[in-house]
Design a protein around this ligand. Structure first.
Ligand SMILES: Nc1ncnc2c1ncn2[C@@H]1O[C@H](COP(=O)(O)OP(=O)(O)OP(=O)(O)O)[C@@H](O)[C@H]1O
Ligand SMILES: [Mg+2]
Length: 227
């Protein structure tokens, strides 16, 4: 029984903080201060908070770019990242070559073709294999960066204001793409999404606010908006 449970728990991309504090070098004040939080289920989790409240720093602690001064970051997840500006992230000239550099394991050519087709379908870019990246819209580029995370088998995607540079139509497509991936029946994803756009909160399973170096309790999006 416990073997089954252990296996099941490993399949869930859990991330948690225990009393995590962090200050940037040369600065006395903690940006993140005795912060505790946990995500133990798949779904779309959103974070809001004022400019400079530490949201991006928080994501960097989760994906291990920076280490806490105190406390512990626990992660069983394969963490991927989507930034605000896809041009800072995409390296290759077309969709296929960009996806190829994110495949880490040795697999056959046939399996590669299949995987590329599959992830492009999942992000709503079917048939885009040979499309030059410079011909993609901002929203299509963001969905390509999501496909890159999928093809490298990430199961926990951090998105730092992924729609900030997009028009309303592209914004909607990106948030709906992520939402769909988080409720996928076979391999549901966990997504942690930072936003200043409150109209996006209706897609969240839970919302929290970053304030004074701490993350609030997870709350229902509806409750959160009217607080
Ligand atoms: N690389 C860095 N070196 C030094 N200080 C930094 C660095 N990155 C961020 N900071 C500082 O840490 C604090 C929190 O910044 P952070 O970028 O995490 O906030 P944020 O909530 O993401 O803000 P925004 O909504 O504007 O993106 C700010 O005071 C910022 O100046
Ligand atoms: Mg930020």
């Amino acid at each position: 029984m416990s073997v089954i449970r252990d296996h099941f728990e490993k399949e869930i991309p859990q991330v948690s903080f225990k009393d995590v504090s962090f200050s940037w070098p040369g600065k006395k004040e903690n940006v993140i201060s005795k912060c505790n939080f946990a995500i133990e289920k798949t779904g779309l989790w959103m974070i809001v908070g004022e400019n400079g409240s530490g949201k991006s720093t928080f994501l960097k602690l989760i994906n291990g770019i920076i280490k806490p001064n105190n406390g512990k970051v626990n992660s069983l997840a394969k963490v991927g990242m989507v930034f605000q500006n896809p041009d800072h992230q995409i390296l290759m000239p077309n969709c296929r070559s960009e996806l190829l550099i994110h495949i880490s394991q040795e697999i056959s050519k046939k399996a590669i073709v299949c995987k590329i087709e599959n992830v492009l379908d999942k992000v709503g870019l079917p048939g885009f294999e040979t499309r030059p990246v410079h011909t993609l819209s901002g929203g299509q580029k963001q969905r390509l960066t999501i496909a890159c995370a999928l093809i490298s088998d990430k199961n926990f995607i951090l998105l730092d204001e992924p729609t900030a540079l997009l028009d309303p139509t592209s914004q909607l497509k990106v948030v709906k793409t992520i939402k769909k991936l988080t409720i996928d029946k076979e391999t549901p994803l966990t997504a942690l999404w930072i936003t200043h756009r409150y109209e996006e909160l209706i897609y969240a399973d839970a919302v929290a606010e970053m304030k004074n170096g701490n993350l609030s309790e997870w709350q229902q999006p509806s409750k959160f908006q009217y607080n």
